[in-house]
Design a protein around this ligand. Structure first.
Ligand SMILES: [Zn+2]
Length: 207
């Protein structure tokens, strides 16, 4: 295997793989403890586990690009849609029940006045249709915006994967305080590393 040298100083005596620097410079500290709480039955203890991540300065500067988080799940939106539709159905059923319950008392009036009967029926169907329609439309819009968000998230995730893959190949030169990929001529100062990784993912996308 070819010897890896820094493209800036052309030497190999003070370089180290970035993944190794970050792994060695990162410590996860775990502590266990408890909180005293007052319950109906006296004092009790809630167990607690804290963990915190400590990083050396260099490890922090060289840390891997952060993976984008997924925002909202489809399941949650579907549940919201179903509950909204359920509420619309309840409203519709109350209207139908009101009509049916009042029918015996108003039957005589309806018999005298056909247009009143038809008018009430039409108004009832109109309201039910409107309630159902608006709840379905709102649910549909939410699903569509969720799928747009998901596409956006997928694109960001793909960009992150390219950046991350590139990050895994990086070497650091302690003498020149910068990173490089073996075999490539570009040398990147540490404070420009994240821009360099992002540029890589943009290039990868356009290919
Ligand atoms: Zn160097």
């Amino acid at each position: 295997m070819e010897r890896i040298v820094c493209p800036k100083c052309q030497r190999s005596d003070s370089i180290q793989k970035v993944t190794a620097i970050v792994a060695h410079g990162t410590k996860v500290i775990e502590e266990r403890g408890g909180i005293d709480i007052d319950t109906e039955y006296g004092m009790d203890v809630l167990p607690l586990t804290y963990s915190s991540v400590a990083r050396s300065n260099l490890a922090r500067k060289l840390a891997a690009p952060e993976k984008p988080l997924q925002s909202k799940s489809y399941g949650c939106i579907a549940a919201l849609f179903i509950s909204r539709l359920g509420a619309a159905l309840v409203v519709s059923m109350i209207l139908v029940a009101l009509f049916l319950c009042s029918f015996p008392f108003l039957a005589a009036t309806y018999a005298q006045n056909n247009t009143l009967f038809i008018g009430i029926l039409m108004a009832g169907f109109g309201i039910i249709g409107l309630v159902l329609f608006s709840s379905i439309r709102a649910g549909w819009r939410q699903l569509r915006s969720a799928s747009e968000q998901r596409n956006f998230h997928d694109a960001r995730l793909q960009a992150w994967e390219v950046s991350y893959e590139r990050w895994q190949q990086l070497y650091y030169c302690f003498r020149d305080d910068g990173v490089f990929i073996p075999g490539q001529s570009s040398f990147v100062p540490v404070n420009q590393m994240s821009d360099y990784l992002k540029a890589a993912s943009k290039r990868g996308k356009s290919l």
